[in-house]
Ligand binder design. Sequence first.
Ligand code: C5P
Length: 396
Amino acid sequence: MDLINKRIVLGVTGGIACYKIAELVRRLTEQGATVDVVMTEAATHFITPVTMQALSGRPVFLDAWDPRVPNNMAHIDLTRGADVVLIAPASADFMAKLAHGEASDLLSTLCLARACPLLAAPAMNREMWANPATQRNVTQLRADGIALLGPDSGSQACGEVGDGRMLEAHQLLSEVIAFFQPKVLAGKHVLMTAGPTAEPIDPVRVLSNRSSGKTGYALARAAQEAGARVTLISGPTALPAPYGVMRVSVTTARQMHAAVMAEAASADIFIAVAAVADWYVKNASTQKIKKTRGGPPQLEFEANPDILADVAGLARGPWCVGFAAETENLAEHAEDKRRRKNLPLLVGNLAQNVMDADATELALFDDRGMHSLPAATKLDAARRLVAEIAARLPKP
Ligand code: C5P
């Protein structure tokens, strides 16, 4: 429930992307938000107010002369308690109205009269988006402090392909949730590793660690929500890349090391969450090893590079955070690891409690000792950890 106690005015304007808005209202309310839907007349041609009312569980507002509003001040009343106004889809026409400060219908009047931030998710044909008039309006809206979410690029309802697609409902939800998170990492570049690595034995067999990648991916999302630019170097996992995060997929520890080192110089913070294999198979076979051929293979191992220790050893490297999943004596092993790798912060957890689970219990180790964090979902724990990291960063 990431939007509990949040009040959102959702302005819906006319465009075929309206079909995504039913899903959006459902997702917003599932997260605990109170959603007041305001529709333009054009929007009602694409999706009905009945659908919006049923999904939001609240009356839907359509025009400025609504007899249900005794003082006729819906344009004022609706936004006064609101935390944010979200226009989705934002048509080219509505963006033009916004850019010019028009108050020609309930929604545009409400936008002008609002006392809270405004987010807009453009949705239009690619030529309409590229038109210099629309681009002038985009520049004006940004200058006015309005945050544009998207648009995306891809196939469009009209059959053309290009910029102007509205973001999907789940992406808009992520944007709204991110909007409410404190921007404690604004302007920072966060480099991370997550997931396991897989070390080939032959073309079909690998040695790997048990790691779902969930903690690392939750942390990448939390850092992105906190305003950071996030580069996530990920080993093999089935998880989708968190919205707004730049993911680089790798397989082996040596590939992960190379990908991290290529980004380390530009990173402000490095967070090593990956369960990196300690060794790779030196005599990996280029052909599948046949089990019928004379007993088990004799594997020779060679140590993998320690990615975290190498980054922590850079002369002007990023501020480094390590992870330690232990099965016993967590405090002892974690503090030992922190000193060995020369880290300002190490995050420990008991491996048997967290493997593949959605909840976690973390303990922080720094120069002042150990601090336990309360048990939480991996995403909540990640958000807390982002706040703890931000509070410890050296002041510029
Ligand atoms: O050395 P150990 O694996 O116990 O340390 C765990 C921490 O070091 C984690 O943050 C992990 O991501 C990182 N690590 C690494 N490269 C390795 C081994 C571990 O970055 N080769």
